[in-house]
Design a protein around this ligand. Sequence first.
Ligand SMILES: Nc1ncnc2c1ncn2[C@@H]1O[C@H](COP(=O)(O)OP(=O)(O)OP(=O)(O)O)[C@@H](O)[C@H]1O
Length: 594
Amino acid sequence: MKSLLSEVIFTRFYARVAILFCSLFAAVLGLMGPFFQKEFIDHISGMQSRFHFIQFDNPLTYVLGAFLCVLLGQAFSQLTNFLSMRESLFMQKIFAQRVYEKTLNLQVDTMSGRPVGEIVSLYATDVQGATVFLDQTLPAGCSTLFPLILAPVAISVLFDVPLWPIVLLMITIASFNTFMAFRQSKFFFNFKQLAAERIGLVNEWVQNIRTIRILGWTKHFESNIFAKREVETNNRVMMVTNGQIMNAISSSITFILNVVALGTLVFYSKHQLTTGELLALLWIVGVFLTRPFRQMPWFFTFAFDSWTSLKRLEDFLSTENNKTPALGSKTREQKRDEKFALQVHGLNLVIRNRKILDDINLDVAHGEFVAIVGEVGSGKSMLLLSLLRETGANFNFYHLGEKNALQISLDDVRGQFAYVPQEGFIMSASLRENVAFVYDIDPDRDTMVEESLKLAQFDLSGERVEKGLATEIGERGVNLSGGQRQRVGLARVHYHQAPILLLDDCLSAVDVDTEQKLFDQLLIGAWKDRTRLLVTHRLSALHRVDRILFMEDGRIIDQGTFEELLARSEKFREYTTSVAKEATEKNQSEASHV
Ligand SMILES: Nc1ncnc2c1ncn2[C@@H]1O[C@H](COP(=O)(O)OP(=O)(O)OP(=O)(O)O)[C@@H](O)[C@H]1O
């Protein structure tokens, strides 16, 4: 990958060069002011200077010249800032876009190691931080560097004194500033890292705040956040102290510089100074060099700070999706068979060296209804996500009808499926938009939306959605119950009419009556001709499907109808007994709460 720093420097290189030139002009013009000033004072005081910069008959011309130099110097300085800011915003747009695309394309099994806070802080601080190179470092660098190079040369030309005392002082100050700025950048880095961790923690806290309160974890969470805050505050105190030292030193530099410049003149100048020369000298060291010296530590700080943001972005952008290597499958080569809607052979998924799915082979006929069952963590959800190509699973063979799913685009693969995730998914939008999954949907489609909700047992008159389809739901609207969310998810599936339905435990939050109705009217009713894969822990569902896949530790260890599995598999009998026991216990505990 091309380094981001080189992109920051070389993208629209002509604009970077323009910034350099503007800054150089600003420095040269800034230095020319004192020369005009010197000539003016020498002229009106009638003193004879050894060195003449420019000669005019009318002394006011010098004043005009000095004024123009200062004015133009300021104009070029402002232009430098404007161009730097414009370039910085341009690069921010590019980086933000790239972070967005990366976030979008990271698969579920790669994302799980990255806390939300880390990604939020990439957007919120590092995208801006990375371009500080352009809006701060580059202009600050130029307006520091050029004056620092030009001023000693000007002094030695004007006063015929050796350069070394001032240069030595400048090198000493620059070294000290570099050291202080390096320290500062480490504090900055920690500051960002700690803020990212805190955002992650606060995010988790806000999302679960009620549950945390109910479970009595508030104190634990508070002390966790306070501890983080304490570390952050300590870092901040050190950062501010270091910054104050840097400021104090750069404020006193002008004085030291004046002393050194005047001392050099007293000890090394070979001729008598004119008033104009003396004023010019004081202007150069007292005014012209003040800003660059004040800026110098911040130039280094911004440079280091920007560097850390660039590294953090680079690290994120270079994240590779988890990829399972091709493992020698135990199955023979497969051919496409027209009767199947979905054919998978030799599906393996390894995440961080852990085998999550192990040599899955699955043929599902057009219109077949398949249930996937197994203990918690046996790989049911990961199997569905792998079919959607949302994980780094490796397949020997994967066909969706006549399409080779390994050769078509991800959008094409996902276009074959409708998917209901385990926890349901609701956007902050109207009920209508949540079913159709389109913003500003044409009200002509309302009949279809209403029909989908009806089949999904979402009764518009009885579900407290007062504005009907226009009711805002989700975080910014009416909060839906788990069961309502699942039913909206099912209505969405119906509305979209995709050929294969992947339903991940989508009945877990509905009551038995509703489950029956959903089965009758939707799962084996309206959807009877569609291919369906249902992950479930409900035993009642198992009588009504065509086939059951029984999973254990990432493998399909048996398959058949409910009766067949009960008859032949000891493990399946144990599984159904434990699920039934769990359901009874749950019912009893719910009853005791009533
Ligand atoms: N995003 C992820 N990144 C890494 N590992 C994951 C991820 N999601 C699940 N796993 C792991 O994959 C394994 C299978 O998880 P999966 O969610 O498929 O189980 P499941 O059978 O659906 O369980 P449940 O019945 O609780 O839904 C588990 O060991 C889990 O820790």
